[in-house]
Design a protein around this ligand. Structure first.
Ligand code: AMP
Ligand code: MG
Length: 371
């Protein structure tokens, strides 16, 4: 197991406990000599390396089994540190940074020479954000260098929202984990491409489209195409996926009961409090229920932990209640869509139609098990 250090930072306090200070110092030392540290952010835990050290960044790709064509987000302490990495800094980036930093929003801008190609997957642009988590901020200030940090999990699997998720996914491939408890937001940042006019939302996230438009003062368009462009050929859109095949269903309890009736052990994710409670026995199979808050922020905060739990409970299938097709649920719907093998009972904006068995043959499966 990797070393896990307590890095709790009680809400509302400006100085952390002494133990947390020491943990941050130690993390800074590991990073400064080119090592990898998993750090808490308000979105998900990140696997960090010094962004201007190409050898260190290469280790991130190795540890995650991440395709080299998938660029990393660079985390900075403030707007000045972001501008030091950007060849040009459009007004849209300035407005977004002023409005949402520190926070869960990433801007894509033209990169300077100092940003290594390995960070940007050879591209001419760099994705930058200033995280809000006090531990991440203190670490960035202490280190005085930007950190490249994708989610701290094996590529394509469900992102970690606790230190334990990180340890279970990466094991010894990460040297040190700073444990500051569960992440507040629970899903990855909103990514906005500021190199185009109008700017594009490349990935929906905790900051919604209306907020982005209000900050910039103009309408934005949905890109959504980054992953399609950057993914290696032959891979499908599946990402953020649990081990068990996940279905989205307009009538999740009914679908779950059906699968239980077929003798399967089924995980049900629902917002319906009537289903709260631990695994019920039904027929030959078994039902394990996770009840999530029925507001988008609460659902997002707890979703990945529920998926990690259901994988740990070794269910054969996961059925998730289809969220409302509503702008407020957009980021959650995006992650669920990418986690799903199929959806039943309702059309998704971009339906996944591939059969479940297809995914078992895909290369990332073997990467995930380390073979
Ligand atoms: P994550 O997987 O959470 O580390 O987030 C990285 C994601 O940010 C990538 O998968 C891309 O979608 C996006 N991204 C990072 N860098 C760039 C870039 N230079 N241009 C466009 N999108 C980027
Ligand atoms: Mg990730």
């Amino acid at each position: 197991m990797p070393r896990i250090l307590d890095a709790a930072w009680p809400a509302g306090t400006t100085a952390p406990p002494g133990e947390t200070e020491l943990a941050i110092d130690e993390a800074a030392a590991v990073l400064a000599r080119g090592g990898l540290v998993a750090i808490p952010t308000e979105t998900v835990y990140g696997l960090a390396a010094v962004a201007i050290d190409p050898d260190a960044v290469r280790r991130i790709f190795e540890a995650k089994g991440r395709p080299p064509r998938n660029p990393l987000i660079v985390h900075v302490a403030d707007i000045d540190a972001a501008r030091a990495l950007a060849r040009s800094w459009p007004q849209s980036a300035e407005r977004l940074a002023r409005r949402f930093w520190p926070g869960p929003l990433t801007v894509v801008v033209a990169k300077r020479e100092i940003v290594p190609d390995v960070v940007t997957a050879g591209g001419d642009t760099v994705a930058i954000r200033c995280p809000a988590h006090p531990v991440a901020r203190r670490l960035l200030e202490r280190l005085g260098r930007p950190l490249a940090a994708p989610s701290a999990n094996v590529s394509l699997s469900v992102s970690p929202t606790t230190a334990r998720h990180v340890a279970e996914s990466l094991g010894e491939r990460v040297e040190l984990i700073l444990d500051a408890g569960p992440c507040d937001r629970g899903i990855e940042s909103t990514v906005v491409d500021c190199t185009t006019s109008p700017p594009r939302i490349l990935r929906p996230g905790p900051i919604g489209r209306a907020e982005v438009e209000a900050a910039i003062g103009e309408a934005v368009v949905d890109g959504g195409a980054t992953d399609a462009i950057l993914r290696s050929p032959g891979l499908t859109g599946r990402h953020y996926a649990p081990r068990a095949p996940l279905e989205l269903s307009a009538d999740a309890p009914k679908r779950a009961a059906e699968l239980v009736g077929m003798g399967r052990r089924v995980g049900l994710v629902t917002t319906d409090a009537a289903f709260a409670g631990e695994g019920r026995r039904a027929g030959a199979g078994q039902l394990v229920v996770r009840t999530l808050p029925d507001d988008p922020a609460g659902f997002a905060r707890e979703l990945y932990a529920a998926l990690h739990d259901l994988d740990a409970a070794e269910v054969d299938a996961i059925v998730v209640e289809m969220p409302p097709h509503d702008e407020a649920w957009r980021a959650v719907l995006d992650r669920l869509r990418r986690a799903a093998v199929v959806s039943t009972g309702s059309e998704l904006p971009t339906p996944q139609t591939s059969p479940a068995t297809k995914y078992r043959e895909e290369p990332w499966r073997s990467r995930e098990t380390g073979t």
